[in-house]
Design a protein around this ligand. Structure first.
Ligand code: SAH
Length: 223
């Protein structure tokens, strides 16, 4: 039985892993373990800590969002991270997705266009002892990051109108893998793209909704 806000955050986190992730088909035990280890309450605004394990995206600063726990777990599972993998994340936001990737042993470079979000994200990762695995950049991540390319793993946590050409080119030709929501501003498909040489194999994992990727290979700011 639910005792609302009186359940400890640890108990709420364990329930989130069981009810929102495992029950809905997230299978990768390493991903489930990471989601059970990283305190999501650190990544939501102070006034919303009691909603940290709610089954939904939550607003953060600068008009942005921290994604729903399920979508973070699902994207992480689809990315198939091996310890030591170099990962490019586009859209740092709260830093929660970066923390999950670092917890899995990924070496993350994360790019955020709104520089004011970065100090907080960095401080949270430092508090968790995960900051060594994460490098922060400010800029337009729709163009990827040439320095460090080709990337074995790319995860885009904002909605793109199409797969940015530059990100395709920066994906490792030797089985590089990218997870990216592609569609309109209101509704997208979560695409998994695997590159083998000059072939890019795409499949959709189903519908999703993200805030827009704003940039030269994303949406226009005003549109
Ligand atoms: N991964 C985040 C959720 C990000 S929400 C988390 O775990 O909390 C999407 C983020 O993408 C927002 O912070 C937004 O500012 C950022 N963003 C949008 N367009 C971008 C671009 N071109 N380059 C980098 N970041 C971008």
């Amino acid at each position: 039985m639910r005792i609302g806000g009186e359940r400890s955050l640890e108990a709420q986190r364990a329930a989130m892993v069981a009810d929102q992730l495992r029950a809905r088909g997230v299978r990768d035990e390493r991903v489930l373990k990471a989601m059970g280890a990283v305190p999501r309450e650190l990544f939501v605004p102070d006034g919303r800590r009691d909603q940290a394990y709610a089954d939904e995206a939550l607003p953060i600063e600068a008009g942005q969002t921290i994604s729903q726990p399920y979508i973070v777990a699902r994207m992480t599972e689809l990315l198939a991270v091996r310890p030591g993998d170099r990962i490019l994340e586009i859209g740092t936001g709260s830093g929660y997705q970066a923390a999950i990737l670092a917890e899995l042993g990924g070496r993350v470079t994360t790019i955020e266009r709104q520089s004011d979000l970065i100090p907080q994200a960095r401080a949270r990762l430092e508090e968790l002892g995960l900051a060594d695995g994460v490098e922060f950049r400010t800029g337009d991540g729709s163009k990827g990051l040439l320095e460090g390319a080709p990337w074995p793993r790319i995860i885009v946590t904002a909605a793109a109108p199409g797969i940015p050409r530059t990100l395709r080119e920066q994906l490792d030709p030797n089985g590089g893998r990218m997870v990216i929501p592609v569609g309109s501003r209101d509704r997208q498909d979560l695409l998994v793209v695997v590159r083998q040489g000059d072939e890019w194999i795409e499949r959709s994992d189903g519908p999703c909704v993200f805030v827009p990727l704003i940039g030269s290979e994303g949406f226009d700011y005003d549109a």
